[in-house]
Design a protein around this ligand. Structure first.
Ligand code: FAD
Length: 442
């Protein structure tokens, strides 16, 4: 049986990995438009500095990525984040340390005393009883108040989804907090109950020696597949007993197809098969994001932490800064430092129209204001993702149920990438492993 995997990001690669592990007899064809696999998981080396073009790793609070690393025999590549990574900052009108404990929250000047009391009043706010969807903003205003939402949740949403609390569905993007409200009646009650039940440390940020690209290369070497890299798929059509995959390299008959390309790319390739399916895919919107990296041979700033996130109200041209060489010291040569600046998102989508010089200038302005760093970087790096992070607006879960019900009309055709049911690497790996299990059963 021949299976085509279209899109070799982590979703496509982990589907291929688990499928091959369970059914080595399946013949795999892996297509990607890029000459290298990995999608947004891509490490770029510049003069001794290592910049991640997208994500820098995964959290170990969910087991999926760690399990994939073990299953693929890549434990030797694991690189835990340094102790410094626990120290995080938020920029409002100045830099504040993100409080990690209740006493630190009480002492923090991020909120006023009445605003802190409003947060504490969450204990007494009755839970929402229906299962309707709402934005994170409406959830936050209801439970913890406007001030906490506009500072903490706003910064967090920029950091994870490159969007704003008013644009993201709490049910789709933060299902755990909805579960806490439903099961325990509130966030504090839920967190306390869970803390009692689950002793032990929470998750940490984990990456790979040499960057995430090293893990992608490892997956590439353990996968026995017919690789079609640098080959964009242009169409998928029905065939007798299967599908025809069309690309500039010709046409392939396959029995099953896993479309792991981004939703807009999937829409284009499925247009000829089913216009309605294509328009459902095209309706999935993304936050554009640019990543600007700077390397410094001598930098007079300690970079003593994970980095910082900004709030919308701060009105800055950057979403946040990751102090990469402090999180993972192998990202910069000895004695040197590097950082990455995130720009754009739903907060400032028009910044994606900036040319490279404009993005570099925005990043320099952002770190000047937030960190007081005005030094000329020795090395610069820019990567722009027009389809960076999929948006999960209110109604996303229902739209995905309808999308997947529609795809079910096509036996052997499967959709699988971060646009549907979870954006983090852990979500992508879990969805891919589960899909591979279904493919083995079929
Ligand atoms: C800047 C940034 C930072 C992030 N940080 C983190 C993080 O720290 N931790 C975390 O867990 N997640 C992070 N994420 C999210 C995470 O990286 C992604 O959700 C995950 O890597 C997505 O994998 P994917 O395989 O679903 O999609 P993608 O990586 O987008 O892969 C899709 C693939 O499809 C290919 N493709 C597109 N069109 C075609 C075509 N016509 N034919 C063939 N192939 C095609 C593309 O070339 C690409 O390789 C980040 C994302 C971004 C953009």
């Amino acid at each position: 049986m021949r299976v085509a995997i279209i899109g070799a990001g982590i979703s496509g690669l982990s589907t291929a990995f688990y499928l091959q592990r369970e059914r080595p007899d399946r013949e795999l064809l892996i297509f990607d438009a890029n000459p290298v696999p990995g999608g947004t998981m891509c490490t770029v080396e510049c003069d001794g500095f290592r910049f991640e073009a997208g994500g820098n790793g995964f959290l170990t609070n969910k087991p999926d990525s760690l399990q994939l690393v073990k299953d693929a025999g890549a434990e030797h590549l694991l690189l835990p984040s340094s102790e410094l990574a626990r120290k995080r900052f938020i920029y409002t009108d100045r830099l504040h340390r993100l409080p990690e404990t209740p006493p630190a929250f009480l002492a923090s000047r991020l909120l006023s005393l009445p605003q802190k009391l409003r947060v504490a009043a969450e204990l007494f706010i009755p839970p929402r009883r229906d299962d309707g969807d709402e934005t994170l903003q409406s959830f936050g205003y209801r439970r913890v108040g406007k001030a906490f939402t506009d500072v903490f949740l706003d910064a967090m949403t920029a950091g994870i989804y490159a969007t704003t609390p008013g644009r993201v569905s709490v049910n789709a993007a933060f299902p755990l907090v909805v579960q806490l409200e439903r099961e325990y009646g509130g966030l504090f009650r839920g967190m306390l109950a869970r803390r009692k039940r689950q002793a032990g440390p929470g998750g940490i940020l984990m990456s790979f020696r040499g960057g995430v690209g090293r893990f992608i290369s490892h997956l590439q070497t353990v996968l026995r597949a017919d690789w079609r890299l640098g080959v964009p798929v242009t169409g998928i059509l029905r065939d007798v007993d299967g599908y025809r995959v069309l690309s500039a390299a010709g046409e392939e008959h396959v029995d099953q197809v896993v479309v792991s390309a981004t939703a807009p790319a999937a829409a284009v390739m499925l247009r000829g098969l089913d216009a309605e399916l294509a328009s459902r895919l095209a309706a999935i919107d993304y936050s554009p994001i640019a990543v600007v990296g700077f390397g410094y041979r001598h930098l007079d700033h300690p970079l003593d932490g994970f980095g910082l996130l900004t709030t919308t109200a701060a009105g800055l041209p950057i979403l946040g800064v990751l102090w990469d060489s402090s999180i993972f010291p192998d990202r910069a040569p000895d004695g040197s430092k590097c950082l990455r600046v995130m720009i754009g998102g739903q907060r400032n989508p028009e910044q994606m129209r900036l040319d490279e010089a404009g993005l570099l200038a925005a990043a320099r302005a952002g770190i000047r204001v937030t960190m007081g760093v005005d030094a000329e970087p020795d090395v610069s790096f820019v990567r722009r993702w027009q389809h960076g992070i999929p948006n999960y607006p209110v109604g996303h879960l229902r739209a995905m149920d309808a999308l997947f019900a529609h795809v079910a009309r096509y036996p052997g055709l499967h959709l699988n990438c971060n646009a549907y049911r979870g954006i983090a690497m852990n979500d992508c790996v879990r969805n891919s492993r589960e899909l591979a299990q279904r493919l083995c059963a079929g």
